[in-house]
Design a protein. Sequence first.
Length: 197
Amino acid sequence: MSLEALLKCFVSAKANSFENLLDPLLKICRISTPITIGLAKSQFFKRIIDRLSHSRAVVRLNLLRILRTVCDVHPNRAILVERYGLHEIVMKLSEDDGAVLVRELAREILPALAPALKPAGNKSLLKGHDTPKSSLIAPKKARRAASETSAIMGPNSSALGLSMGAPPASRKGAERSHSSSRHRLGDISWQSQGGQR
């Protein structure tokens, strides 16, 4: 059987012929993965999308079944979903279609189409657009903790390098300044204090 002939039959069939070939085509797609992948051409998807507005619910049901079969086995499902807007079309059917069975089948298909959209959504994470709120709040908490520590330890706590988040280099400098202040304390005359006693 020629794949091109099968595709041409699906694309060009009219009225009753189109309705009658959907069930056999669905069976072929379920049996043969290579044929199913081979049918996944632009004219195939355009025909499905165009006929999903068919007046008969059984036709819409069979088209959705064929669409699901193709998307389930195709290696480039994400590209198909994005290129032909399949997720939006199926979602519209799941919400607005007049037939209950069509709405239910569309809802069943949606999860299979949704994962194909996730990589595009994750690009924003790589660019930093969706930075977690906790990372934005963290510096404020660190500043608040440092100010509370200095309030508890006194005004000289920052000079001693006791404030939270002080880098090691600044602590060494603080220790040097602290040790030099000890030398200055030695220069105080203690005799004056003894005289006061």
